[in-house]
Design a protein around this ligand. Sequence first.
Ligand code: SF4
Length: 479
Amino acid sequence: MDKKENCGLFGIFGDAEAVQKTFFALHSLQHRGQESAGIATSNGSSISCHTGMGHVSRVFRSGRNTLDQLKSSIAIGHVRYSTTGSRNLANAQPLLSEYSRGQVAVAHNGNLINASLLRDEYEAYGHIFKTTNDTEIIIHLLAKPSHVAKPDPLGHVLNHLQGAYSLLFLFPDRIEAARDPYGIRPLCIGKTKEGTYCVASETCAFATIEAEYIRDIAPGEIVTLSEQGLSSRYFVKPGSITPAHCIFEHVYFAKQSSSIFGENVHELRKRFGAQIAREHPVKADVVIPVPDSGTSAAIGYSQESGIPFDMGFIRSHYVGRTFISPEQNLRDLAVKLKLAVVAEVVKGKRVVVVDDSIVRGTTTRGKINALRQAGAKEIHMRVSCPPVKFPCFYGVDFPTRQELLASERDMQQIKEFLDVDSIGYISLEGMLSCASLPKDHYCTACWTGNYRIPVQTVVNKFTMERYQMQLFDDESAQL
Ligand code: SF4
């Protein structure tokens, strides 16, 4: 995989089955991060937390035992892919800490672009950090005595953060859910059949626990779930900042069944596919997707062009991480392990292959090679987002600019690199015209280099790792 998921959040207040529902909701958000998972719960006066490495089913594999120990009516949960900090247990979330006001557990989706500067400042005053992720700085900001004394300490602290953040805070008596002023990552509110409120990164989590979607948390809004029900306040003036929703969520990250930023992901991806068919028509016999994220766009391409849709690749859902080999033939084998070609669908045919994006291009080249070996007569590559030319500093782990296929190559060079008969990317204008919000309400920095929140210091996911720290993954719980 060239591009990595970010993180997924879920929280629920006042529900007798809060822990089980969080467990199921995290399962449904697993596509957003598979490195670690965790659940923190409150009994009204103290917080417990269990985190571990791997998928939700692995972290909570002792099943009822762990969930029973966490049993409570208030819970937040997190699935993580590291966009800052290494893949280790210390960086797993929720992060549980104690400060002068008591305990707090924090779960974060996004990337803080000023975390390193803030950490330098706090370390100079003697603060000691336990992790190498950007989220921990938020707890230090919360604990600062001058911040504690503010009328709304959390709102005050959030105003110090720059970058992308959808956040859940579990205090012993409440959950606070907040979204950065640009609304870069999604976060929405739901209500269960029993009438309890919950929050999640994507609406697919609500469907899993039979909750209904109520609304999105607005950019710059803090929503509190407590004994008093749901209340809201803003830490920036509503409407004062034009949003910059990550449209890559629609292209790749979010689950097709979810609705984010006001529209269903599958339907929008189909419109992307139809738009590419209009922009890059070709005579062909069959349209095949690169599953799963290219499937909806391929359906849209097929419907618009009239070329039959079929499944030329079958994804194995049982393959975990594959090693990264520098040797191309081993990389090609790794691709084949994940995606099996159905030779009967492509042999002797002119094939349109639809993928959501191309980042480095090496895995795409492996897929094209596999189609050639299976006897495809012509291969026409179609991509449902424009050429990715710039890194993301807002919570998506793209490679560096030098490693991005399209950063220094023109279309002819990309075509030659991939060894395809034609290549066609959706245009930026075309992509934005398919979405329902005004065009300037989306972040497009990875295609344009226009970063809505200026990035002064070039940061990468290992920015916080100044020292060689030997941290071992283990199974120990923080319970
Ligand atoms: Fe999303 Fe790209 Fe913006 Fe990152 S740079 S937030 S991936 S649109």
